[in-house]
Design a protein around this ligand. Structure first.
Ligand SMILES: [Zn+2]
Length: 150
C-alpha cells in the first residue's frame, strides 16, 4: 500500500477481492445475501445470485482460507492481452477449489513451482497471494492464488 516501508510496495491487481490482515493472512471477500445467505464471488453489493431469492442487500464477508481441489488445468500458452504474461512465458497451473462451508468454487492461479503434475483432485488447498505484474508506478500488483496446504 502507499506509504508502506516495504522495499517494493504491493497492491491488489483488482480492488475488493481479498484483504490481508496485519499478520499477513489473506482472505477472499464474498458478497453474502442477508435474506438467504447465498454467497457470490467476485463480491458485489446487490442482486442476490439465488434465482429463488429477490435479495438486494449483500454484505461483504471473508471466505474460508482452505478448500478442496475440485479441478485444475495447466496453461502452456500465454494468456491473451490484457492479461499480463511473463516473457519468456512460464507455464502455470490454475485450480478450482471448492469451499465446503460457502458452497463456492473459486478459480485462481497456483503458486509458481506447482504444476498440474503436482496436483490431485481432492487435496487440500490454501489461499495465498502472488505477484502478477509491476505497474507503471512501481507497485507490485498481486492476485489471490492457491497453494497446496501445509
Ligand atoms: Zn438471497
Amino acid at each position: 500500500m502507499p506509504g508502506s516501508t516495504d522495499a517494493q510496495a504491493q497492491l491488489p491487481a483488482i480492488d475488493g477481492w481479498f484483504t490481508v490482515d496485519d499478520d499477513g493472512v489473506v482472505h477472499l471477500i464474498a458478497g453474502k445475501c442477508t435474506q438467504c445467505a447465498t454467497y457470490v464471488f467476485p463480491p458485489r453489493e446487490n442482486n442476490c445470485p439465488n434465482p429463488a431469492c429477490s435479495g438486494e442487500d449483500l454484505e461483504q464477508v471473508p471466505l474460508s482460507r482452505r478448500g478442496t481441489l475440485w479441478s485444475y488445468t495447466e496453461n502452456r500458452y500465454p494468456p491473451p492481452a490484457p492479461y499480463p504474461a511473463t516473457d519468456p512465458f512460464v507455464p502455470f497451473a490454475i485450480a478450482a477449489v471448492e469451499l465446503a462451508d460457502e458452497g463456492l468454487i473459486i478459480l485462481g492461479k497456483v503458486v509458481d513451482g506447482t504444476l498440474a503434475a503436482d496436483l490431485k483432485v481432492g487435496m487440500e488447498m490454501e489461499l495465498t497471494t502472488m505477484p502478477l505484474y509491476t505497474d507503471d508506478d512501481g507497485f507490485v500488483r498481486t492476485v489471490h492464488a492457491w497453494r497446496i496446504a501445509s
